[in-house]
Design a protein around this ligand. Structure first.
Ligand code: CP3
Length: 341
């Protein structure tokens, strides 16, 4: 199998071109996605083998990105073990009975392979169809998932989440421990069925100070990443607004640290240290600017990324739903053609 530029960069090598993929590359910005999703609710589509395969492949066909990320959502393993939740369009995950007591932890049982059989079947079919292009498996990190479970839905200030964290540390650690187990089990299954890298999304960890992160969150994220350590696939760890946490997120056990657009990649590398690669970090709104501006900003990202042992180009967060797919296609070409030396 020819070397994958994406996997090379994850391992701190310098491939022949800068690899690129986009968080949320599959999704509402693509007309072909809107077409196949028109009649099917989000969570249902995540459990349908045919749709997971088709939607995952759409951006790979269109853009020629260097990696595919399997189409799913961070709440899928919770749904798979029977947690009553839904993904509400325009809102996000909504949990019917928010978890705020020790008795409710029994709802968070281990994930068994049969719970996600249609999903692992999709992973296998994708690996066949993708050929040399690696598939990235993913899971939500304990803090971000705990926030949805405790709040019952999206939250601006994570008030109830932090309230539980400060007022009942025993319950907090028990809850995050359960979520970490389920996340680790889900990642392990994805890799066993053929995913060649994983990404752990801690999207909302930026709400925490470094000290809070180290005390209340890092051990649980570390447990998830440790669960797949023996499988030999690169582990990417990403969050938003995590400039102060970048070093600690790397130390949780990542090979690659994802960086949002707030910290230039050379500064990020100084915080993360020379032994880990970086992923990022063009502001997702930049692609709405004229092409020359996009190129100029993308060039800055690539130049700053040269400070790291390896760099995977990405946006600093997910593709926004009204992004022009042609702008992303031009961006992929620009990144691929940009000199690496
Ligand atoms: O292409 C990819 O990146 C893979 C697909 C993917 C989805 N969700 C599909 C999705 C991934 C990696 C996720 C992870 C996810 N889900 C995260 C972490 C990454 C991040 O963006 O920070 C989070 C926080 C969620 C929770 C969630 N699910 C939100 C906030 C939303 C958006 C709600 C909305 O409608 O604005 C979802 C729904 C969701 N997940 C959609 C997609 C394509 C949109 C649903 C639709 O198309 O109807």
């Amino acid at each position: 199998m020819p070397a994958s530029p994406f996997l090379q960069a994850c391992r701190g090598e310098r491939p022949a071109h800068t690899p690129v993929w986009f968080m949320r590359q599959a999704g509402r910005s693509l007309p072909e996605y809107r077409a196949v999703r028109a009649e099917v609710p989000m969570l249902e589509s995540c459990f349908r083998t045919d749709l997971v395969v088709e939607i995952t492949m759409q951006p790979v066909r269109r853009y020629g990105v260097d990696a595919a990320i399997f189409f799913s959502d961070i709440v899928v393993p919770l749904k798979a073990i029977g947690v009553d939740l839904d993904i509400v369009p325009g809102t996000g995950p909504v949990v019917a009975e928010p978890i705020r007591s020790a008795e409710q932890l029994t709802a968070l049982r281990d994930l068994e392979p049969d719970d996600v059989g249609t999903i692992t079947a999709a992973v296998e079919a994708l690996v066949d169809e993708l050929g040399d292009t690696p598939l990235i498996g993913f899971a939500g990190a304990p803090f971000t998932l705990a926030s949805y479970l405790i709040e019952g839905g999206p939250s601006r200030d994570h008030r109830r989440t932090k309230q539980l964290m400060y007022s009942d540390p025993d319950l907090w650690h028990a809850l995050l421990g359960r979520i970490a187990r389920i996340g680790g089990q889900f990642l392990r299954l994805q890799v066993q069925h053929g995913a060649r890298a994983i990404q752990l999304f801690d999207s909302w960890a930026g709400a925490l100070s470094l000290e809070e992160y180290q005390t209340f969150v890092q051990p649980h994220s570390a447990a998830v990443l440790a669960e797949v350590a023996d499988l030999g696939v690169p582990r990417i760890h990403f969050g938003v607004g995590t400039g102060e946490l970048l070093g600690a997120m790397g130390e949780a056990g990542a090979d690659v640290v994802g960086v949002d657009w707030r910290v230039p990649l050379d500064a990020a590398t100084r915080r993360i240290g020379p032994e880990r690669a970086v992923q990022g970090n063009l502001d997702p709104t930049v692609v709405f600017a004229p092409t020359e501006v996009v190129h100029e900003r993308a060039a800055r990202v690539i130049e700053a990324g040269k400070a790291a042992p390896g760099h995977i180009f990405n946006l600093g967060h997910g593709v926004l739903p009204d992004t022009d797919p042609d702008a992303l296609a031009r961006l992929v070409d620009f990144v691929h053609e940009y000199p690496v030396g």
